[in-house]
Design a protein around this ligand. Structure first.
Ligand SMILES: [Fe+2]
Ligand SMILES: [Fe+2]
Length: 137
């Protein structure tokens, strides 16, 4: 079973967001598998972990743009959750950039668990709102 086993029920039925969610889950799985196989060490893990964080940030921007364009009433609340989580994850990125040790498995677990809860509790609320507006290019 993959580390981040995606299930259809996690889909919010907004194709661009589902693709991004699935893409991030796939990146997390690939890195986790590589860690299990010992492909990365403390020095090299950042080269894969940092792009995952960049994808996460890009995903948040996509969602925020869509919410804003749809005049979503909980935009600020939803964005504040993205911002708070980004700050938390960025602490690890800063450590990696400084050459400090991080526990990559712990970070991947944190991202996976946060994403699942966030998708179920917050992103899901976007389905009726965004499916009425046009999808981004
Ligand atoms: Fe979100
Ligand atoms: Fe999302």
């Amino acid at each position: 079973m993959p580390f981040f086993a995606w299930q259809d029920r996690y889909d919010v039925n907004i194709s661009s967001l589902d693709e991004q969610h699935r893409g991030i889950a796939g990146m997390i799985n690939n890195l986790y598998d590589s860690l299990e196989k010992g492909v990365y060490n403390d020095e090299t893990v950042g080269s894969v972990l940092i792009p995952i964080v960049e994808c996460l940030k890009y995903h948040f921007q996509t969602e925020e743009k869509m919410m804003m364009e749809s005049n979503y009433e909980e935009y600020h609340y939803h964005k504040s959750m993205h911002d708070r989580f980004t700050d938390e994850v960025m602490l690890s990125v800063i450590k990696i950039k400084k050459g400090e040790q991080v526990n990559a498995r712990e970070i991947l677990t944190m991202i996976r668990d946060w994403l699942l809860t966030h998708i179920e509790e917050e992103d899901r609320k976007l389905t009726p709102v965004l499916s009425q507006s046009s999808q981004p290019k």
